[in-house]
Design a protein around this ligand. Structure first.
Ligand code: NAP
Length: 263
């Protein structure tokens, strides 16, 4: 089976580390042209030089705070100037602030809205006209297992990722006629910087070490282990490929069986 992705232009947001970086890396190994963005230039430079070794000249980076519309516009423009029309958009974002209802003030709700929901809407709005014109495109949002089973202290994630899910399902109905698919990949517990941060918080609350908390998290998963970022990335690349081209309007959960619901 071939993915047939060579020379496709890919944009991955929030991709200096973690799942976004793993997604960018896998597209590079498929010989795509990949633009990554994140808010910290030093992290982007480091990741870019690391990934450039894989596929010389096919990675491009641009600093972009995805909470900011002007920076999003600039990032898309920069990617288009470097490689041309974006064929595949992967909407990733940093995890929104954790917290229970009483921990979240107006400012945190507004930031979660911009970061999780509006960043996906804004990137999509900018790339969609050219995807429609060329009658081919893929939009893939990284969401979370929280859309199937809300996580207690991640209220912003629970709320706004459900918004992304509804947004992408609705959009998929409207743009399928242009040979554009829109899907979500919902990771479960995945070993990245974000998970280490969350484990640290939960460890303090439970008065155990972070390593003990990570072990406890893994024990709650039927596969008895946490995911590697590459295991999320492979699903993203499959959805982007020609052979994954009939999957549309879906949320694919990649969680080792953690979610207890039947659908
Ligand atoms: N890891 C998990 O277990 C898990 C599970 C379910 C869902 N998720 C979700 O999947 C997404 C990726 O998670 P991850 O685990 O890969 O996180 P991560 O390792 O912490 O990486 C987050 C990325 O987001 C970038 N970022 C943060 N704020 C940004 C901003 N304002 N503008 C642009 N980029 C920004 C960071 O780069 P800079 O610091 O350079 O900006 C970094 O590249 C998150 O939304 C997370 O909530 C993760």
């Amino acid at each position: 089976m071939e993915f047939k992705l060579a020379n496709k232009n890919v944009f991955v947001s929030a991709a200096s580390t973690g799942i976004g970086k793993a997604v960018a890396k896998l597209f590079l190994t498929e010989n795509c042209n990949v633009t990554i963005c994140s808010s910290k230039i030093d992290k982007l430079e480091k990741t870019s030089s690391e990934l450039n070794v894989l596929n010389n000249g096919k990675i491009h980076f641009v600093k972009c705070d995805i909470n900011n519309l002007d920076e999003i516009e600039n990032a898309v423009k920069s990617a288009e100037e470097k490689f041309g029309t974006i064929d595949i958009l992967v909407n990733n974002c940093g995890g929104p602030a954790p917290g229970f209802f009483d921990d979240l003030d107006e400012a945190k709700w507004k930031q979660g809205f911009d970061q999780v929901l509006m960043s996906a809407v804004r990137f999509t709005r900018l790339v969609l006209p050219k995807m429609k014109a060329q009658k081919w495109g893929r939009i893939i949002n990284i969401t979370s297992i929280s859309v199937k089973q809300p996580i207690d202290n991640l209220l912003l994630s629970n709320a706004f990722r459900s918004g992304v899910t509804a947004f992408s399902k609705t959009l998929s109905n409207q743009v399928g006629q242009f040979n554009i698919t829109v899907n979500n990949v919902a990771p479960g517990l995945t070993l990245t910087g974000r998970l280490h941060e969350l484990a640290e918080i939960r460890a303090k609350q439970a008065k155990v070490s972070k390593d003990e908390m990570l072990k406890k998290m893994a024990a709650d998963i039927p596969l008895k282990r946490l995911a590697q970022p590459e295991e999320i990335a492979s699903t993203v690349v499959y959805l982007a490929s020609e052979i994954g081209g009939y999957i549309n309007g879906q949320t694919i959960v990649v969680d080792g069986g953690f979610n207890k619901s039947t659908y």
